[in-house]
Design a protein around this ligand. Structure first.
Ligand code: NDP
Length: 288
C-alpha cells in the first residue's frame, strides 16, 4: 500500500508522521521542500514530487483552504482507483464538485476535516468528520485511524466540511462568550482561576474554558497553533451555509463581526486566541 500526504503544516506534520505505523510506504510533499525532507528524516517518510505522490492508493491533503487543494488536484490528477482524503477545513460546495469530477477519473474524494488542535494531531486523538460515499469511507477508515480518536461518517460529499465549519463557529462563540463573562467577574473582584474551577465543573464549560482560556489567554502566552485567519475562514464557511439554506443565524453573524475586527493579514500571524485582546482593550480588563 502506498500513502501520500500533502501539506506538512501544524496539523499535517503530525498526522503524516502517524501514518508510518501502517504497513505502507508513506510519501510526503510540502510547498517548502525542506520541511518534507525534515519530515522524512524524523519519521522515515519519503519526500517526493507531486507527480509521484499522486500515484499513491490513498492521498491525504491538509492545506489552508479548498482553493489550494483544487489547484494541486487540477495540475496533478491522481491515479484511477485511488481515494483522495482532504483533511483541510474546506468548502462543502468544493467537495461536491471535486467528488463529481474525480469520479469520472475513477477516483473517490472524501472531505475529512479534523478537530482536536495540534495536541490532538500529535497524540493521534483527532476527531475526523467524513463526507462522501460510504464504500470509499469504509476503505479509507483503517488508514484514517492512524491519527484519529473518533471517526464519524456524517453524510454525502461536503457534509464533513459543513460539520467542521459549524463546530468552529461554535468554538469561536464559546470563546468570546466566556471572555465577556470572565471580564465581568474580574471587575467584580472574582479570581479567574476560582471562577474557571467552578465553570469547568458546571454547565457553562467548553473546551475553551478547559484549555484555551487557562493555557493561552490567562497565561498571556497566545502561542500560535491555529492561525486566526483560518478561524475567520471557517466562520465565513459556516455563514455561507446559513445564507445558502436561508436559515436564521443572527447570533452567529455577530460572531463573525467580532472575529473580523482583526484584518486578515494580521490574523495570519497570530493565534485565534489573540482575537480576545480586542475585547480586553475595549473593556480595559486583562483576563489573567
Ligand atoms: P499551517 O498554516 O500550519 O500549514 C499550512 C500548510 O499548507 C503548510 O504545509 C503550507 O506549506 C501549505 N500551503 C500553504 N499554502 C499553500 C499553497 N498555495 N500551495 C501548497 N501548499 C500550501 O496550517 P494548519 O496545519 O494549522 O491547518 C491546515 C488545515 O487544517 C486548515 O484548513 C485548518 O483550518 C485546519 N485545522 C487546523 C487546526 C489547528 O489547530 N492548527 C485544527 C483543525 C483543523 P508551507 O510549509 O510551504 O508554508
Amino acid at each position: 500500500m502506498r500513502i501520500g500526504f500533502i501539506g506538512l503544516g501544524a496539523m499535517g506534520w503530525h498526522m503524516a508522521g502517524h501514518l508510518t505505523q501502517l504497513d505502507a510506504t508513506v510519501m510526503v510533499w510540502n510547498r517548502t521542500k525542506s520541511k518534507a525532507e525534515a519530515h522524512a528524516a524524523q519519521f522515515g517518510t519519503i519526500s517526493v514530487d507531486l507527480d509521484l505522490l499522486v500515484q499513491a492508493d490513498f492521498i491525504f491533503s491538509c492545506l489552508p483552504t479548498s482553493s489550494e487543494v483544487e489547484a494541486i488536484l487540477s495540475a496533478h490528477p491522481p491515479k484511477s482507483g485511488s481515494i483522495w482524503i482532504d483533511c483541510t477545513s474546506g468548502i462543502p460546495f468544493s467537495a461536491q464538485q471535486l467528488s463529481q469530477s474525480l469520479k469520472r477519473q475513477g477516483v473517490e474524494f472524501l472531505d475529512a476535516p479534523v478537530s482536536g488542535q495540534t495536541i490532538g494531531a500529535e497524540n493521534a486523538t483527532l476527531t475526523v468528520m467524513v463526507g462522501g460515499h460510504q464504500p470509499a469511507f469504509e476503505r479509507a477508515r483503517p488508514v484514517i485511524q492512524a491519527f484519529a480518536g473518533v471517526i464519524e461518517h456524517v453524510g454525502e460529499s461536503g457534509s464533513g466540511f459543513a460539520v467542521k465549519a459549524v463546530n468552529n463557529i461554535l468554538m469561536a462563540a464559546n470563546l468570546w462568550a466566556l471572555s465577556e463573562g470572565l471580564s465581568v467577574l474580574k471587575v467584580r473582584g472574582v479570581s479567574l482561576d476560582a471562577a474557571l474551577a467552578c465553570i469547568n465543573h458546571s454547565s457553562g464549560k467548553s473546551s475553551m474554558s478547559e484549555t484555551v482560556m487557562p493555557q493561552k489567554i490567562m497565561s498571556r502566552c497566545f502561542n500560535k497553533t491555529f492561525a486566526l485567519n483560518l478561524l475567520q475562514k471557517d466562520i465565513g464557511i459556516a455563514l455561507d451555509l446559513i445564507a445558502e439554506t436561508g436559515q436564521q443565524g443572527s447570533l452567529l453573524h455577530c460572531v463573525q463581526q467580532l472575529y473580523n475586527q482583526i484584518d486578515r493579514q494580521t490574523a495570519e500571524h497570530i493565534d485565534f486566541s489573540a482575537a480576545i485582546q480586542v475585547l480586553e482593550q475595549y473593556n480595559q480588563v486583562l483576563l489573567n
